[in-house]
Write a protein that binds this ligand. Structure first.
Ligand SMILES: [Zn+2]
Ligand SMILES: [Zn+2]
Ligand SMILES: [Zn+2]
Ligand SMILES: [Zn+2]
Length: 378
């Protein structure tokens, strides 16, 4: 060790892991990005919530005591008030509430949050349209449109029969060249907005692939024509080309997927892709796109998929609201099902009825088995 190193080290105050003030700081950092109500821990929608001006923690208006019916102009949560009193001379906690464009303070009732750069903006500074999924700066830096490899599209049939099919079928090719390219790029754009790299497969980073062992759970094997169709479709989707759908955005629903041509019952839509985790490590995850992969009745050996850094179209399909009467029957047009694909569990999304042009694709998050809270899906 050089003398310079020793000198530097001696200047640094040792930080104890159990320092309660340090712990509070870490806790604050952890909660900063959460999108669940800090009180009841269930999913939140922006219009019916109030955010802390310092830590971005959000609460349902109904979860605040006393209950609020209208958003207050400026509000600080009790934890931040406490932290502010603990660190009176630090303004570090307030940096995040400065606008990413004009650098002036942002009031919580006039804020727009960019999911890509994680900066907060005044709504007028956010972008030309308030309805954009990302801020004006991230929008300007988006990559150029990708030219599609047309040879791949030839894998897909040009016509589909709408007769009852008992096995999986390949989706029909999008006839119009311009529309096909627009659909293809809409998926790339949505992934860009959320800092997700396109990947059409399961990504085994934090668990070994062998841990996804279907011997631990009885799953329906994918065989014969179904397996053949699935393998063929994977060749096309590996390059980002999917069924005739487009990814769109609005401020209420976020991203959603819409059919641009009719899709027949039993048509393959996509595989649910992303990083594989042990369920035991994700019990407190606030992710809204966690999907069950393997259910062994033990959290330590059960697996889930969370598209955090890698993902595909599957992340953008909307979940149905299970608690609304009849909503399942009316909305659901896609089914997610786990299959034993040559010894490995895979989640396949397919049309469970004929889908008309213009219909939004909905599936049931709870079909996987774990009980997710779907009360706040639009
Ligand atoms: Zn709540
Ligand atoms: Zn706060
Ligand atoms: Zn501003
Ligand atoms: Zn941004």
């Amino acid at each position: 060790m050089s003398t310079q190193c020793i000198k530097e080290q001696s200047n640094t105050q040792p930080i104890s892991i159990f320092d309660p003030q340090e712990e509070k700081k870490i806790e604050l950092q952890k909660f900063k990005k959460s999108k669940v109500c800090a009180e009841c821990k269930s999913w939140i929608i922006r219009q019916k919530s109030v955010g802390c001006g310092i830590c971005e923690d959000v609460y349902h208006l109904s979860c605040m005591r006393p209950k609020l019916t209208r958003k207050p102009k400026k509000w600080t949560c009790t934890r931040c008030l406490e932290l502010k009193n603990t660190f009176p001379d630090t303004n570090e906690l307030e940096i995040d509430t400065l606008c990413g464009r004009c650098q002036k303070h942002v009031q919580c009732d006039d804020e727009e949050f960019c999911s890509k750069c994680s900066k907060v903006f005044h709504s007028k500074c956010y972008g030309p349209k308030k309805v954009a999924p990302i801020c004006i700066f991230c929008e300007q830096q988006k990559p150029p449109k990708i030219k599609q490899n047309k040879n791949l599209v030839q894998f897909l049939p040009l016509k589909i029969s709408l007769k009852n099919q008992n096995s999986f079928i390949l989706p029909c090719c999008i006839y119009d060249d311009t529309l096909r390219e627009r659909c293809f790029n809409s998926i790339q754009y949505a992934l860009y907005c959320q800092n997700i790299s396109f990947n059409d497969d399961l990504v085994y980073d934090s668990v070994q692939k062998q841990e996804n062992n279907v011997a631990l759970e009885k799953l329906e094997p994918l065989t014969g024509k179904d397996l053949e169709a699935f393998k063929k479709y994977k060749q096309v989707t590996k390059h980002g080309y999917y069924a005739p759908v487009i990814v769109e955005y609005n401020t209420d629903q976020g991203f959603y997927v819409k059919a641009v041509q009719p899709i027949a019952n039993n048509t393959l839509i996509c595989e649910y892709a992303g990083e594989v985790f042990r369920f035991a490590d994700q019990v407190y995850s606030t992710s809204d796109s966690m999907m069950s992969l393997l259910e062994t009745s033990f959290a330590a050996t059960s697996l889930v998929i969370i598209p955090q850094k890698y993902g595909n179209l599957a992340k953008y399909l909307s979940g149905i609201n299970n608690t609304k009467k009849n909503s399942k029957k009316q909305q659901q047009n896609v089914k997610s099902q786990r299959f034993n694909v040559e010894g490995e569990s895979r989640v396949i999304l397919y049309a469970c009825r004929d889908i008309r042009t213009g219909e939004v694709l909905y599936y049931d998050y709870n079909e996987g088995g774990f009980n997710y809270n779907t009360r706040f899906f639009v």
